[in-house]
Structures are given as structure tokens and as C-alpha cells.
Write a protein of this length. Structure first.
Length: 255
């Protein structure tokens, strides 16, 4: 899709150059070049619009440095050791999760805003050091230094994934056309970028271990796995109404 958009943009630039060259040399701009600009713009604009997707910010109570000074100090310390990035929002909610949701302003074209969300149940299940290790792992996903390309690949994969629901049920004929391209391109891109994404994941683990220790990170991962299984298989099993939903959430936590 990006390749197609690039070809359209290249065609528009070529037509613009042809018209400008004709004006500079005193010639008459080509009618075909003018038609090419109009046709290219007509194809490029809806393509860009189709690649934009609205992503909702994570739910939760918005925190400020005054509300949780220790948390914000910890974020600053970890960011200085790994990568200094701004956070658009820091929230706490009732999920058994910890993560950073990067919301793209321009779809697959980037412009990401970082939203950190912290689950209160997760805080209760971890020690301070274990929580620090997991937080460092999530911040490490944002890249920094020589890891910027890997972080970019990681973000682009997430952006394409967010378009899946949109192209699963196309709203119009143009979206249906793009959906065919999406179904061809995205599996190829995922397969081609898989090794880079895995390497980025391993590097994030290494940085988290650097901030705390390998033993602390290992304990944190084991604790999250055991606690999520307890919640889904034992605790929420006592409440049949919520059992199916919480099992789904538990599987997402382990994935």
C-alpha cells in the first residue's frame, strides 16, 4: 500500500516537473501532465484516507505527577537509561495489564502519541522491582539509538494490525479494492519483518534486564503468567457471568 502510494506521488511529481519545465522554457504545459496531476491526486487522497484509522486511547483514570510522583520518577529514571520519550497520558485501570499504546495520528504514516496504562491488579501481583522490569521492557519497545529501525518496524506492524478490522468489513467500493491489496501485502510484510520484530523483542528483554536484572525480569514474567492463569482459571471461574470474558483477557495477557 505504501509502495502504491509512493508510485502515485512519484507520478504526480513527474507531471508537476513537466509543467514547471514547460513554463520555465516558455513552452506550453502538456494537457496529459495536467490530467495526470488531477488523476493522481484523485487516487492519492482516498488512498491516504483509507490508510488512516482511529484508535481509541486506553481506558482508565488519568494520572498526573501530583497523583503518583513515585511512578513518574520511575518513568523518568528508566527513560534516561533507555530512551527519552514523551507520554501523552499515563493511566491506571482495572485490567491485569501493563503496556504502552502508540496511537498513530496519520495511520501507517506515523505521528505516534504514547499512552502508558497500568493495571491496578498487576501492581498488586508484583513487587516494586518486578514492576520496574516490566515497565522497562515496555519503554524499550519505543526504540532509541541504534534500535530506532527495529522500533519503527514494530510500530508499523501494529499500525497494519489496527487496519485489519476496517478492511475486514469495507465501507465502500474503494475500500474493497484496497482490502484485496491489504490481504495480499500484510501477510507478506508480517513474514518479511518477523525476524526484525523478534529481535526487537529480545533487545527489549535485554534492556529490561540491564535496568533491573535478568533474575528480576524472569521472576516478573513468571509471576504475570501464574497470576493471569489464577485469575482466568480459578478466581473468575467463581463468577460465571464474567468467566468467558476474563478468560479472554487472561489469554491476551499471556500472549
Amino acid at each position: 500500500m505504501l509502495f502504491r502510494s509512493g508510485l502515485i506521488a512519484l507520478g504526480i511529481l513527474t507531471c508537476c516537473f513537466s509543467i514547471l519545465w514547460a513554463l520555465v522554457t516558455g513552452g506550453t504545459p502538456s494537457i496529459l501532465a495536467s490530467i495526470g496531476i488531477l488523476a493522481g491526486a484523485a487516487a492519492l487522497i482516498p488512498t491516504i484516507r483509507a490508510l488512516r484509522v482511529r484508535v481509541a486511547a486506553p481506558d482508565g483514570l488519568l494520572l498526573t505527577p501530583e497523583d503518583a510522583p513515585d511512578l513518574f520518577r520511575l518513568i523518568d529514571v528508566i527513560a534516561r537509561k533507555i530512551v527519552a520519550v514523551p507520554f501523552a497520558a499515563v493511566k491506571i485501570n482495572g485490567d491485569f495489564k501493563l503496556g504502552i499504546q502508540q496511537i498513530p495520528r496519520w495511520g501507517v504514516f506515523g505521528g505516534y502519541a504514547n499512552h502508558l496504562y497500568v493495571g491496578a491488579p498487576l501492581l498488586l501481583a508484583l513487587s516494586a522491582d518486578e514492576f520496574c522490569a516490566l515497565l522497562a521492557h515496555e519503554i524499550a519497545h519505543l526504540g532509541g539509538g541504534q534500535r530506532r529501525f527495529g522500533a519503527w518496524i514494530y510500530r508499523v506492524r501494529e499500525s497494519w494490525q489496527q487496519l485489519a478490522s476496517k478492511f475486514a468489513v469495507p465501507a465502500n467500493a474503494f475500500d474493497r479494492t484496497l482490502a484485496h491489496y491489504y490481504r495480499w501485502y500484510v501477510p507478506w510484510f508480517y513474514a518479511y519483518s518477523f525476524a526484525s520484530a523478534r529481535t526487537h523483542e529480545y533487545e527489549s528483554d535485554q534492556l529490561a534486564a540491564y535496568v533491573t536484572s535478568a533474575q528480576t525480569l524472569g521472576r516478573a514474567l513468571i509471576q504475570v503468567e501464574l497470576a493471569s492463569r489464577f485469575l482466568s482459571d480459578i478466581y473468575w471461574a467463581r463468577f460465571p457471568i464474567w468467566r468467558s470474558e476474563e478468560r479472554r483477557v487472561g489469554k491476551e495477557c499471556r500472549s
